[in-house]
Design a protein around this ligand. Sequence first.
Ligand SMILES: [Zn+2]
Length: 162
Amino acid sequence: MLVTQRIMLGDCVERPYFPPMIRYDLTCENEHAFEGWFPGSDACDKQMAKGLLECPICASRDVRKALMAPAVSAKKGDRDDEFRKQAMAFAATQAKLAAMRAHVEENFENVGDQFSEEARRIHYGETEKRDIYGEATLPQVKELVDEGVEVAPLPGSTRSDA
Ligand SMILES: [Zn+2]
């Protein structure tokens, strides 16, 4: 069973957030070169300092930033390419989320603001098991989760006619 809810905007603190990703060329103690993507310029340093980075080839955690050739990093065309790649990856993610939302809106029963009640009744077997979606406040969602009811946020932007 998949129970899905839509958190009402006023209470929603968990909107999907996609930070701009920064790419670093990394290298390990064995001179293996690989790349890492990080949500911000100091995320790389922090993860490196905590030993969270691992060489995908030899699993060494002795990882450092590779020296970048200035001729490469300074070229505007490369930066534009990088930006385009990120923009496309972002668009692809957005499209996936929109498709997920469309699937739910087409196939799941919309119970509107009765979501919290209905999800609970389904969970406790008081009504027929089915896929539903609807609206719930954050406190309601927390209660459901505490009771072990499976709920998931409905991704994508809200349809204006919904
Ligand atoms: Zn390595």
